[in-house]
Ligand binder design. Sequence first.
Ligand SMILES: Nc1ncnc2c1ncn2[C@@H]1O[C@H](COP(=O)(O)OP(=O)(O)OP(=O)(O)O)[C@@H](O)[C@H]1O
Ligand SMILES: [Mg+2]
Length: 399
Amino acid sequence: MDNPADKIIKGYELRALIGKGGFGAVYRAWQPTLGREVAIKIILPQYADHPDFIRRFEAEAQLVARLEHPYIVPLYDYWREPGGAYLVMRYLRGGSARAALARGPWSPDAAARLLDQVAAALSAAHRAGVIHRDIKPDNLLLDEDDNAYLADFGIAKTLSADVTRTEGVVGSPAYLSPEQLKGEAVTPQTDLYSLGIVLYELLTGQHPFPDVTPTTLIVKHLNEPLPSLAMVRPDLPVALDRVLQKATAKAPADRYPDAPALAAAFHATLAGQPAAPVFGDAATTPDLAPIVVMAAPPEPANPYKGLRAFTEADADDFFGREALVRQLIARLGEEGDVTRFLAVVGPSGSGKSSAVRGRADSGAAARGAAGVRTVVCRGDAAGRASARGTGGGAPACRG
Ligand SMILES: Nc1ncnc2c1ncn2[C@@H]1O[C@H](COP(=O)(O)OP(=O)(O)OP(=O)(O)O)[C@@H](O)[C@H]1O
Ligand SMILES: [Mg+2]
């Protein structure tokens, strides 16, 4: 794209390039309708036009858009068109943790604060079944008060695993876990490994495996424990080493059970308590009593979907419209060809899609109304269903 910084895309005025990553570029932009600055990531055509990306983009973007958490950068909008895919996010003015690192190592307290916020965000994502897969300082963004936010869930990375297998590792493997490098399944512990590497870097100001070729880096991630923190920061509590070693254990099962447990261990160590044994083997550390790490109580899941309609997967969260749903299911269960067509009409925003997709679809299927196919149609007037073609123009339907 020629000088995109002057362009208006879908009403967003691109203002300046913030930075470029392996999959595209991020711009600061202005959204005049709401009078706010946003960040827009434009994904390069070679990724955006890849069939695998096209297949997965919409579903992944919807999943990420639903991750509502105070420390997850909200995704405001997204769309794809031939030649590009677009992600509109909250603009974070404080830059990335990478930029902050350029000013020097962080104090343990500052690192602990970032860890608290990022661990809470990760925990929410993991509970929603989403693994970030790309935790690194560039994806931890800061606001004006140095609060940390998790950015860039794996939407743009849906291809990287495949490409990695066929063309070698894409981009820098600096924060990739052993299981990612081996092409094995990722789990929440995958994010903990990368977060452990980030913590080492924040505290020391340097990557644990600095100045090596990508191949050597991979070998070290696979085989070598992190070098001792004390070699670079002898002023830090020795027990912090244990915490980082456990977070970055080569086997996922040897890492912390979840992100809050890592944060709790980090805090306990800063407060002067000894860290738990790295691999749970108390015999190798007889002088240290293992500490009890209390995981933070799980936050209750918030069923609110914003402006997005409920889907079949949300059926358990959908309640309050039982009478309507009963009516719809009963109607779908009737015999005869014509009765298999059911139009749900109502004003814009009244919850037609949610009622059908969030409950009636699955309810009807459970009651044996096989072959239910939902088609949502929009006419040109609010509140007028155009599925019957009465909307004054050709209805736009998607099934
Ligand atoms: N919402 C945002 N607000 C402010 N800056 C952002 C935002 N999103 C990304 N950035 C910044 O834009 C730059 C480019 O980000 P991008 O995600 O494209 O690349 P990356 O994270 O460096 O690498 P990768 O391609 O592996 O994701 C980074 O410096 C990042 O910190
Ligand atoms: Mg990024």
